[in-house]
Design a protein around this ligand. Structure first.
Ligand SMILES: [Zn+2]
Ligand SMILES: [Zn+2]
Ligand SMILES: [Zn+2]
Ligand SMILES: [Zn+2]
Length: 471
């Protein structure tokens, strides 16, 4: 029942709830309503606690589909899994696709009292599954999503049985809440291994320039502040729903198609940022300023002048050449959405040559692709080369304190340490530390079990080398 209180009391209550929050403080933690390890990670991570496989892993003998660290993990997941297990066994080895399994988990949970479960997000406010946004009418009108749902319905019919399928409107509502509110759950290496739906955790709105950030420890969602608040205002806490390494136009379109709103955040309305994201190097070798080139303007228009030094003597085909490079880069990068390839990334960088400014978003994306693919091939020198070249770009797009930037510095520290460049690795570790203690906190395994021991090891080795040098 709604609490009837006067306006004055509401304000007084809110004022009481406003606490001082410093950068790095935890604003909220949330336990999953449901979660699911995604299929590629089956057998590599525990289906219950989402920890990476250590030694012996045990398989559910009923369905042969779930894997657990031990009996405790199996027991903990049994309350929900017992209903799935029989159904999975019947379909073996043609297990349902991930989204269908996630929807089924929610349907089973709701049928077993899950509709009454609520999670607190402030002292006085709670959320139930039905409180999550479902964008019912938007999704109803979205052909692509309706097509997806009709395929899922067939799978669910088979998996859950017709008697367990919710009615049409309820299923639409559940589907909507899942596509709008689910989170990718990352492991300690920042690799997305699972999907989860969180009641309190999904209270945050989006900004491309977020002031808060979500990390995970196992299945628990942790939201930390990236800024200082004299008094925390829940209405102004923002996380980012999308990858910020996209041009403003692409980001706005992505957000609109996935979440049905037009982003009006500071970044999206910042024309200067948009101009920088599509810029080339100034023709004056002693000037480092970006010079904007639009891909849509008439190719015969002259480029420049540079806003900093006034240089304007560009070759007449500069605009045409830029457009060609930008189109090629975008096409190739979009083709690599699932996986980055080293050869393709290198080809894009070769094509770009020295034309694109280091803050041009296509340059930053290409270097990021080259860096990521070099890591996966264990080409450590190349990892350091491409990563170092991209630090300014990543810092610019993600922001100074963003954990993605911190994790990149940690990775570069690890790699330079691995190839024996100790002093350099310490510099990366120190920069990573400044960010990660805010974004992840000092008790997070990334900080406590990875960064700190590595720093101590590197420091000890440096000291040892220095001592030997003096002898
Ligand atoms: Zn486990
Ligand atoms: Zn089972
Ligand atoms: Zn935005
Ligand atoms: Zn210039």
């Amino acid at each position: 029942m709604r609490e009837h209180i006067s306006g004055y009391r509401i304000r007084a209550k809110q004022a009481l709830g406003r606490r001082k929050v410093s950068k790095g403080d935890v604003i909220l933690t949330s336990e999953p309503f449901v979660y699911m390890l995604t299929t590629p990670y089956k057998g590599l991570y525990c289906d219950n606690c989402l920890k990476r496989k250590k030694e012996a892993f045990q398989r559910c003998s009923g369905c042969s589909f779930e894997w657990y660290c031990n009996v405790d993990c199996q027991r903990n997941s049994w309350s929900l899994h017992k209903s799935e297990c029989k159904k999975l066994r019947r379909l073996k080895p043609n297990y349902p696709v991930d989204t269908a399994r996630l929807l089924a988990k929610i349907i089973i949970k709701l049928q077993n009292g899950g509709d009454k479960i609520e999670e607190k997000w402030t002292e006085t406010k709670t959320r139930k599954f039905k409180d999550l946004m479902n964008h019912y009418t938007d999704i109803k009108k979205d052909d692509q999503r309706q097509e997806h749902l009709s395929v899922l319905k067939v799978v669910l019919y088979d998996y859950l049985g017709p008697e367990n399928l919710p009615n049409e409107a309820d299923l639409q509502g559940i589907f909507g809440r899942v596509v709008i509110n689910s989170f990718s759950i990352n492991d300690e290496e920042h690799c997305s291994i699972a999907t989860g739906v969180y009641l309190a955790g999904s209270v945050f709105d989006h900004s491309c320039q977020p002031n808060a950030y979500i990390t995970f420890t196992g299945t628990k969602l942790i939201c930390r502040s990236l800024v200082d608040w004299p008094a925390l205002d829940w209405n102004k806490v923002r996380i980012s729903y999308v990858d910020v390494l996209l041009s403003t136009k692409d980001r706005i379109s992505d957000l609109y198609h996935r979440y049905y709103f037009t982003c009006g955040c500071n970044y999206c309305s910042d024309l200067k940022r948009e101009r920088i994201s599509s810029s080339i190097n100034c023709g004056n070798p002693s000037c480092e300023a970006p010079v904007h080139v639009s891909e849509t303007d008439d190719p015969s228009l002259p480029v420049g002048p540079c806003e900093k030094c006034g240089f304007h003597d560009y070759a007449p085909d500069t605009r045409t050449l830029y457009k060609e490079i930008a189109t090629f880069s975008r096409e190739q990068l979009d083709l690599m959405k699932q996986k980055y390839y080293f050869d393709v990334s290198k080809l894009i960088l070769e094509k770009q040559g020295s034309m694109l400014h280091k803050l041009n978003v296509l340059r930053v994306r290409a270097l990021d692709a080259a860096y990521e693919s070099a890591i996966s091939l264990e080409l450590w020198d190349k990892t350091v080369e491409f990563g170092s070249q991209n630090l300014d770009g990543i810092r610019y797009y993600y922001g100074e304190n963003h954990p993605t930037f911190g994790l990149m510095l940690l990775k570069l520290g690890k790699v330079t340490y691995l190839i024996g460049k100790l002093e350099k690795s310490m510099r990366f570790f120190r920069d990573a530390e400044a960010i990660l203690q805010i974004s992840h906190g000092t008790s997070h395994p990334v900080y406590k079990d990875q960064l700190r021991p590595l720093m101590e090891q590197a420091q000890a080795e440096i000291a040892f080398k220095r001592a030997r040098h003096k002898q």
